[in-house]
Write a protein that binds this ligand. Structure first.
Ligand SMILES: C[S@@+](CC[C@H](N)C(=O)[O-])C[C@H]1O[C@@H](n2cnc3c(N)ncnc32)[C@H](O)[C@@H]1O
Length: 205
């Protein structure tokens, strides 16, 4: 992404799109019950989902992304949200997560998985860094229908090409994800395409 696109993405994520992250943060806490320990936000961008989850939990965060520009935003956001000491950024790829085995309680990721190549390696890596009993919550969407409709309306005013640009984002069918999960040795998972997006959830055995 160009620097101007990164700062625009950051502005929209913290503004118009903030309810999306608040919605998923609440869902993740409700579904996993993990409110303390360590959380890895993969493909974090400026850390938006983790920042929202930090507000409602006592979790500590590692924000991982392959883009140094996005991590610069994450560093600024960590400081602006008063999370210095609870969150660090880490440059890296999901296919080679620079963390030890069994080191995190929760892995979260929104809006990044459609971009991952070597998908089975990515899921194997997520499973490797999870502690036994830890959860992964990976997927994407614009929140529940009420949130999504409100965001759509605001984004179409902000950018008339928004809808068209969204149509060009990579999309994959369930088989693409289930083949990769199973190749990674993850046999027990849920893959839901509900009214709040596409989400893959699994628990480390
Ligand atoms: C659409 S943005 C989503 C950012 C943020 N999670 C959000 O919900 O707004 C996708 C992010 O995934 C990151 N990304 C893509 N492929 C990645 C990979 N293989 N490993 C780590 N990060 C990746 C990109 O750099 C980008 O910041």
């Amino acid at each position: 992404m160009k620097t101007s696109d990164v700062s625009r993405y950051n502005r929209i994520a913290l503004g118009i799109n903030a309810p999306i992250y608040a919605y998923y943060a609440a869902r993740i806490l409700e579904k996993t019950g993990i409110g303390s320990g360590s959380c890895l936000d993969v493909g974090c961008g400026g850390g938006y989902l983790g920042l929202a989850l930090a507000r409602i939990t006592a979790l500590d965060f590692i924000f991982l992304d392959l883009s140094q520009d996005m991590l610069r935003c994450a560093d600024e956001n960590i400081s602006a949200y008063g999370l210095t000491g609870r969150a660090v950024t880490q440059l890296g790829q999901v296919q080679a997560i620079p963390l030890s085995d069994a080191s995190v309680d929760l892995v979260i990721s929104r809006g990044s998985v459609p971009f991952w190549d070597e998908l089975s390696t990515a899921f194997r890596e997520i499973n490797r860094v999870l502690k036994p009993g830890g959860h992964a919550y990976v997927g994407g969407g614009l929140g529940d229908p009420k949130t999504r409709d409100a965001i759509r309306g605001q984004m179409e005013k902000e950018d008339p090409e928004w809808l068209e640009n969204r149509r060009t984002l990579p999309r994959h069918d369930n088989r693409h994800y289930s083949d990769a999960l199973e190749a990674a040795g993850i046999d027990s998972y849920t893959l839901d395409r509900g009214d709040d997006g596409m989400w893959i959830v699994f628990r480390k055995e």
